[in-house]
Design a protein around this ligand. Sequence first.
Ligand code: ADP
Ligand code: ZN
Length: 721
Amino acid sequence: MARVRVLVLQPVVGALDYAAPAELALSLGDIVEVPLGPRMIVGVVWEAERWSAREIADARLRPVARRFAMASVGEPLRRLIEWTAAYYMASPAAVLRMAVPVLSALEPAGVSIEYRLAEAMPQPSSRQRAAAVDRLAGRQGAVRELARQAEVSDGVIRGMIKAKLLVAVEVSADAEPPTPQASFAPPVLTGQQAHAAWEIARAVTTHEFAPIVLDGVTGSGKTEVYFEGIAAALAAHGQVLVLLPEIALTAPWLDRFARRFGCAPVAWHSDLRGSDRRRAWRAIAGGSARVVVGARSALFLPFANLRLIVVDEAHETSFKQDDGVRYHARDVAVVRARCEGVPVVLATATPSLEMRVQVQRGRYAELKLPSRFGGATLPRIETVDLRRHPPPRGSWLSPPLVAALRETYVAGEQSLLFLNRRGYAPLTLCRACGERVECAQCTAWLVEHRLTSRLLCHHCGFTRPVPDRCPACDAEASLVACGPGVERLAEEVARVLPDLRVALATSDTIVSPARAAALVASVEARQIDLLIGTQLVTKGYHFADLTLVGVVDADLGLAGGDLRAAERTFQQIAQVAGRAGRGAKPGRVLLQTYVPEARIMRSLVDYDAEGFYAAETEIRAELGLPPFGRLAGIVVSGADAGAVAAAARELGRTAPTDDGLAVLGPAPAPLALLRGRHRARLLVHARRRIDLQGVIGAWLAGVAVPANVRVTVDVDPYSFL
Ligand code: ADP
Ligand code: ZN
């Protein structure tokens, strides 16, 4: 009897051997159902030599029960899953789950039943149901999803179905998505755009691995250029994956796509409702989803015929996944492109240091778009020295910035204020005893949100009303808000420039793609004079009449920073500056700073990215920091502080001492308490030649950690909290 090795979706189980019944005609990559104890589970037939499995005699092998014919995990994707698991020290099953995330999609198509609010609805009989009705406006989904969205139990939803508050809708499980048309509405490209587009299209046509950095200044037409790569892939009957960093903000992108290709692409992200997810997965695996736009996890989907990957805003650090499998989507995108033998376009106006070094090493090609489209010029960037032009007490806008806002308004143009801080004030302090109001679960201050009159922990989501008395000393009316958030800026603007119509753009106000679209529409319709926003407004938007950008605290990101603090600040400010003057009128950018003489501020003013990166690269090379050396973070966490400390000490005591490698710590993490768990950190710093994963794997395998303590490894960390 033939034997097959199956990697199953359960991380603790791993790979198992089964007998392969001849009638199933199994081959590598087939998705199968196999017995495990009394249960049936799903797995993928894999090359036996890749995983070890328990020895089982032929006679005792249980047979594979069933093969799901609709999709398989092809050889390039199997290699990608292995690479990701090995590189990020994750369980292969956890990676495989991202490729096969909807088991219901494996079953043959049919209709499924979903529910939505009835049109002529009876009066809800309880307050809970009434609240659920509010939350479910415009939603549709299976019982479980609606329960999650309404924050009630499944039972409440079932009760609402019985009470006819919700009605059943039949949803076809397999409607094919429309096909984008390569030649629906192609633009007339400029010379430099056409050259870049041609290079990308050529790599698509020749079907070869080619990592390409598309480095174009803001407003140069990067999107138009990689759209031509998409057109080439469509013409070759292939599929395309486009990764965007902020899936909630894709509305303008989707509109643009539809205008260029005649219909919407297929979306893949965690907010999709179950039936859409199922349909999307089947269309991707079956090949009818021709262009897929998604968040990170879309990288592991079983595309039938992938011909191009695009990573837009490729410098974004949010492409690094911060829990579960801690992969960096930009890097995994390049590996997938290599496995598939297709080009990958990394589009950005501010390539990261890692990307620049890959270009210098000759590993990535570079295509440049040095000027803005349509003759628009880049905005003039100036610093405002806060030592010479301090804002009045209790204010955050300096006189020159207020004057510029007024001039812009009088000229009939629009402005943007950027401050990367949600809420009203980052700190609430007691004037009587000095108490700082903190989260009970985390080492973090609670942030006041005045729009909702609550204090909120930005790490765990804990929230409480703003207290009247100090929680520590009980003094009355002694709590004061310290420092600005975007809400407080809006208040200041209302005071000093009361005529301006202001909109806040943060993750608190832009909670859905529909809200994002509404905001864009109101800015374009000139119903807004001033946008005040967090990093959400730094990228992607194209507002022709927006001519002034004010960066309220250009120094904010530099404090207490990790190795990328300066780079991240540079990118963020360059991106938000790029929102100014994209139309016919020239733009202007004011950076409020206490250190206008700092290299980073000079580089921004002079548009000297090369100089800034040359200096940063030199520092990293000297210190052997990535990409010249390697880092891995190790976090030890648990509810029991003593157990965490003991495990961390034991790891420190047994740390490897190889030449070319140093282990720092253990030390309490900056976020020493997170969601009620105590945390200690170690940091492994190694030379590039060291087999980092091998060394760490052997080290951790030798330390017995109690069951109430968790040790997680973060290879190439971006967060050091
Ligand atoms: P980037 O992504 O580099 O910031 P975009 O692709 O958003 O730039 O282009 C900026 C603006 O210029 C967009 O409104 C875009 O539609 C327009 N644009 C760019 N290139 C062309 C072109 N060749 N023809 C017409 N419009 C263009
Ligand atoms: Zn918290």
